[in-house]
Design a protein around this ligand. Structure first.
Ligand code: TYD
Length: 138
């Protein structure tokens, strides 16, 4: 199966002596309609977040402050993206196992999501994820 790949999306950035500004518009800069926004902050040093995959939900992950690393696995290969620019986002299609780590002090991870929160959309067991990948390949 030809899986959609993750990629970095550059956002508009407006530099100004008063400070910089970036923005996104649903259906314009983001390849899905935004149904939900959440953000992760106050992550203690050495902690990791994520460790799950989604069945339907797609995401764009933005380091609006500080930096962290996103590891994305399709069940065979893992690609890692260090995010540290508020003017870009990482598009995460369905079918990728994601883990986030290496959070810098004070960093903020903002996530734009294509679906409202539903626990039924999560795969949180890695072996279950691998089985889903194998079934996709058939
Ligand atoms: P969790 O999925 O464990 O966060 P991570 O992205 O690090 O894996 O979510 C933590 C808790 O927050 C869990 O009880 C589900 C809840 N939650 C919501 O209620 N709404 C949301 O939009 C999200 C992302 C999580």
């Amino acid at each position: 199966m030809n899986k959609e790949r993750p990629y970095i999306i550059p956002f508009p950035k407006i530099f100004d002596p008063r400070g910089s500004l970036s923005f996104v518009e649903g259906g314009n800069h983001i390849p899905f309609q935004i149904a939900r926004v959440y953000w992760i902050y106050d992550v203690p040093a050495g902690e990791a977040r994520g460790s799950h995959s989604h069945i339907h939900n797609k995401s764009v992950i933005i380091a609006v402050g500080g930096s962290f690393t996103v590891h994305l696995s399709d069940g065979k290969r893992t690609e890692s993206f260090t995010l540290n620019r508020p003017y870009e986002g990482l598009y995460v299609p369905t079918g990728y196992w994601r883990t986030l780590d290496n959070f810098s002090s004070g960093s903020v991870c903002m996530v734009l999501a294509s679906h409202p929160y539903s626990e039924d959309d999560y795969i949180r067991d890695y072996n279950e994820f691998l089985t889903a990948c194998e079934n996709d390949d058939e």
